[in-house]
Design a protein around this ligand. Sequence first.
Ligand code: NAD
Length: 285
Amino acid sequence: MSETISRIGIIGCGLMGAGIAEVCAKAGSDVIVVESDDERAKAGRARLEKSLTRAQERGKIDDAAAVLERVQVVTEIASLADRQLVIEAIVEDEQAKVDLFARLDEVVTDPEAILASNTSSIPIVNIAGATSRPQQVMGVHFFNPVPVLRLVELVPALTTADATLERAREYVEGTLGKEAIVCQDRAGFVVNSLLIPFILSAVRMYEGGFATAEDIDKGMVLGAAHPQGPLALADLIGLDTCLSAAESMYAEYKEPLHAPPALLRRMVSAGHLGRKSGKGFYDYS
Ligand code: NAD
């Protein structure tokens, strides 16, 4: 019987890593986050503090300081030696992840530790192959914003042991209180495989002058009871993120439904990335 997971390592304290650290610490786990240098570690901790302070102000947690006390943000990967579950959330770059997992394999001493990646599109099996314990490597894919969205996709590779999947599920559902779904190690997993072609279809409609952005979105909000329309959602996700998700699915499946429309590429080249840049299908300035 494996020990209950309570010592978590996270690599990368950006948008996703900080969110994952937050939910793990809120659930009572002891969390060590590794960033690449002091400046980024400081920025990562500030991101975490800001989010926890906001959660306290809104009455969602009682004591932000107590949660923060359970999180250390460091720059040395060797600090992860005693971790039972490590979740990698660095940049979406296969070589960077492969190199990192090879190093992680050297430093994590717990023979039962699970080494997980939050990747959205890189094959888990390629990351697992960089380690001496591919049976303990899998995808654990959170959604942004992590403290708000309840879903986690659990992604076993062909090499992942059933016991690894079940132990990860126990942590994600039992400890974090999230809802898990299991899907195969294929680009897009379940959610992006359905969502991205939908968004791309809306971009094609808009590109072809079929309807205005406002009317396309209004159609899906009022006609299909979606909380927001596909173009507003694309702006929220980030058009660069939508483009790279489409590219990785197109590379895997070669299906026209995943082919990024020219307009999406041009908007990304123009720096019109959606909400984060102030302009996308809508203006946020
Ligand atoms: P981000 O750029 O906000 O954060 C990445 C962080 O990793 C940065 O702070 C960077 O300094 C750090 N980093 C890079 N290399 C490192 C290394 N070798 N060691 C330690 N830290 C390192 O990116 P993000 O949006 O948080 O995405 C992270 C991962 O999560 C990606 O694989 C992405 O595909 C995946 N993901 C993103 C989303 C999303 O909506 N943004 C959703 C689900 C999954």
